[in-house]
Ligand binder design. Structure first.
Ligand code: IFM
Length: 457
């Protein structure tokens, strides 16, 4: 893989891509029959997002996608990861599909294929149709069933051209930020509901995988966001805090998906808020239906200590007292410590502890920085370039140690709506002037375009 010690080369056929999500980029929230998602409702609720920002317009990708396809071509990517807006395709989350929504994604897929770019579809990146939330949302089992139905219907329409399908993006965020922390849509703060939501998200994933397999789908997987979790000291209490957070963040998803069971210690921790009545016989077999790949999103590491105060709603159900500690490393605009070794550790951990031959993809990694468009008309984002280089090198180290890593998607193609942070955090390789919607390749994009073409750096 590496012929010269100063160069890093990835295996032939390695997938290089960028990633986006529907509500973060599309805008056009009323176009062609789309109905509100939980994110429309949440963002329009005063006080929920920074400066009251919403995805109403976002970066207007719905109308500007031909220009955005041009950006992808400039970047030289082999793959493009994007999500389908369920409320565009099936506006009320049930019943027949909406032709306007299906047509949009059909045109997008055709445009990608014309350019030789492989479409990598995520079926759910958090924009639940509001009608399904009104009926109880992910804490209700029926939502999992509706999700599988939607997945099968849209696969019937796009499956002739799309082979790579990811069911969910980051179920941890959908369940725990959305139903316990209240920081994400739908903004509920009910620990027990969050635990049920996590199970029904996993169940929806498993039911969708089964349904798509029956239709002869190509390659099927899921994306989880994983973090190494370290105790701040070697003391027993801090190690116990790290065990609890690792359980709630990583193992609560990895174990059911790849081992067909929930970790016993996590169930014991959660017993103080909920039992397991919502887990029916057969669910774990469905959830652990074999995958073709596992998508890993990586941003930083968690370092924790026991004995915090734990005030207000928290996504850390039954671990509200655990305190998150900063080590003084450089941080991104999100306040996340930059820790490329954590990516290496995450990939090798999943491979060694759960591997069982399931190929891995980094489906998201990237950073927000305070980018500025300078007088020369460029964005000199050396910090982002260095961040990416260090993380690509960490992924390459994992590869060199035998991890079957097949591809890497940078978050994100372009600046966009960063959820509760609104437009204040810029993650893009491409800068977007939100007033004019003008797109400008940042310096990191120019560098990334060389990486994709050389398959290394
Ligand atoms: O913007 C998000 C994305 O939607 C999911 N993963 C993390 C990104 C950065 O916060």
């Amino acid at each position: 893989m590496t012929d010269n010690p100063n160069t890093v080369r990835f295996p032939e056929g390695f997938a290089w891509g960028t990633a986006t999500a529907s509500y973060q980029i599309e805008g056009a929230v009323h176009a062609d029959g789309r109905l509100p998602s939980v994110w429309d409702t949440f963002a329009h609720t005063p006080g929920k997002t920074r400066d009251g920002d919403t995805g109403d317009v976002a970066v207007d990708h719905y109308h500007r996608y031909p220009e955005d396809l041009g950006l992808l071509a400039e970047l030289g990517v082999t793959h493009y990861r994007f999500s389908l807006a369920w409320p565009r395709i099936q506006p009320e989350g049930r019943g027949r599909l909406n032709p306007g929504g299906v047509d949009f994604y059909s045109r997008l897929v055709d445009g990608l294929l014309e350019q030789g770019i492989t479409p990598w579809v995520t079926l759910y990146h958090w924009d639940l149709p509001q009608t399904l939330e009104d009926a109880g949302g992910w804490p209700e089992r029926e939502t999992a069933e509706r999700f599988a139905e939607y997945a099968a219907l849209i696969h019937e329409r796009l499956g002739d051209r799309v082979t790579d399908w990811t069911t969910l993006n980051e179920p941890w965020c959908a369940a725990f930020l959305g139903y316990a922390g209240g920081i994400h849509a739908p903004g509920r703060t009910e620990g027990a509901a969050a635990v049920r939501a996590a199970h029904h998200l996993l169940l929806g994933h498993g039911l969708a995988v089964k349904a798509l397999r029956e239709q002869g789908a190509g390659s099927l997987g899921i994306t989880v966001n994983l973090y190494p979790v370290d105790p701040v000291t070697d003391g027993e209490e801090d190690r116990e805090a790290a065990r609890r957070i690792d359980g709630l963040m990583n193992r609560i998803f990895l174990d059911p998906l790849l081992r067909g069971s929930y970790p016993a210690d996590v169930l014991k921790d959660l017993a103080q808020v909920t039992g397991t009545e919502h887990v029916r016989e057969g669910d774990l077999d469905t959830i652990s239906t074999p995958l073709d790949f596992l998508g890993v999103n990586y941003y930083t590491r968690h370092v924790v200590r026991a004995g915090g105060q734990g005030s207000g709603p928290s996504p850390w159900v039954a671990a509200e007292d655990v305190e998150f500690v900063k080590r003084g490393l450089p941080v991104t605009e999100m306040g996340w410590e930059i820790d490329p070794d954590g990516l290496y550790e995450t990939l090798t951990r999943v491979w060694n502890e759960y591997g069982a031959g399931v190929p891995l993809y980094v489906t998201e990694n990237g950073a927000a920085f305070a980018d500025e468009l300078t007088a020369d008309g460029r964005v000199h984002d050396e910090e982002r370039r260095a961040y990416l280089e260090a993380h690509f090198a960490a992924a390459h180290r994992a590869l060199a140690e035998g991890v079957d890593l097949r591809g890497y998607f940078v978050w994100s193609l372009m600046d966009n709506f960063e959820w509760a942070h609104g437009y204040s955090k810029r993650f893009g390789l491409v800068h977007v002037d939100y007033a004019t919607q003008r797109r400008t390749l940042k310096d990191s994009a120019t560098w990334f375009a060389r990486v994709t073409r050389a398959n290394g750096f």
